[in-house]
Ligand binder design. Sequence first.
Ligand code: UDP
Length: 492
Amino acid sequence: MGTENHLQLNVIFLPYLTPGHMNPMVDTARLFAKHGANVTIITTQTNALTIQKAIDSDFNSGYSIKTYVIQFPSSQLGLPDGVENIKDCTTPQMLEKIFHGIMMLQPQIESVFQELQPDCIVSDMFYPWTVESAAKLRIPRLYYYSASSFSSCVYHFIQKHKPHKGLESDSQKVQIPGLLDKIEIAPTEMDEFQRKENDMTILMNVVYASERRSYGTLCNSFYELEGGYEELYKNTIGIKSWSVGPVSAWINKTDEEKANRGNKVDLKEEPYWLNWLNSKQSDSVLYVSFGSLTRLSYAQIVEIAHGLENSGHNFIWVVRKKGEGDGEGEEECFLQDFEARMKESDKGCIIWNWAPQLLILDHPATGGIVTHCGWNSILESVSSGLPMITWPMFAEQFYNEKFLVQVLKIGVSVGAKVNKFWSIVGEDGIVGREELVKAVKTLMGSEESREMRKRAKKLGDAAKRTIEEGGTSYNNLMQLMDELKSLKMSRN
Ligand code: UDP
């Protein structure tokens, strides 16, 4: 045994302030602590509250893990108290302020680095400046990417080749060069900053430059799911990469951990939806969620409600309440009527604002999901062996859809066509109720879906094996931690 096995690693994790980035990074941080590292997660007060239960419980079980709380400049920015996460934004103005507030955290974070003198910084991709901080401390910086290697490759090849330049129309499809599969895409499906240069393009170029200067990439995925793309990613970017997922299934084992993950609200003893799910046959319920950031227009909500009702299938739908002054009156009335009708017919359930997603996906009655194709939701569904109806909205979600439908063949596309953050602002790209009905019928009842379900179950089994001792993700994490210890030794 080398001496490095006796060293304790001090690792700082710096998550971005949105659930899709924070959930997987906190899960990963907890895994590092469970395997012997001394872990610090830097975050702000309100965000710390959403993870405190898990961190306290790990700490009380003897693991070396804590949060380091820094101050979010809410009052300076004129933000309401407690709005410190992108998911809590209700207007574009608020969104801009939060982005600004996150940038203002840099000096506080850098002084924590100086104080704690870590052996490694695991940084979310959206803090590109941590490359310099790590260089100053002469320690490795890991670039944490909370999505798939497939999507990473798509981003890089579109940036490099700009295959959509010169197309006659925005809806014309073009093949993405460089991938292992033949994937075609229309410009309207591309991430907005790739379709057309904007401020985000400038930021992303800085992010990509920081990626190439990192010691390596850490991502929440697994080899059996997309090993070919992991290799392609490493060869394309030219840095090391470790896939250690699915981290949510690896670390959140008990119902309590699943229910509390990323959420400070306690579950009531027997919530209505749980009793309702318990009363349903296995694989008979569709879970409908658009993640933590999507905002739907009223017109789209009406189409979803009718689509679900007309499909005749059981469903649980997570609906975000809109902020005051958001024209919420009409929408709220409509949804309350709908909720009452669904309760009466025993066909559906609405969960308001936030659902304990891991718990619902793992419930035997859940048989499929309608997803916006956020990578975490995809991996969590794959871990539960579930096939999906894919309804991408923005960012890399359309790339994820192609991976699910065309490469893994465990998804049915609802037919969304326009990549747009916060489609609440406009009415373009609305998917009609008939399209949803068609997709639900295909997923929950067709011959085609039987094969899809089998493939999804197989991937679910692979997901379970990869995080067991001796599995690929398990080994990747152990190798990474050993390598970091060797680096620490050589510095000493
Ligand atoms: N999530 C949840 N309950 C909700 C909505 C989201 O637990 O009601 C969690 C979900 O399990 C996932 C994360 O929030 O871990 C959302 O990440 P994802 O990548 O799926 O989408 P995003 O919200 O970033 O668009």
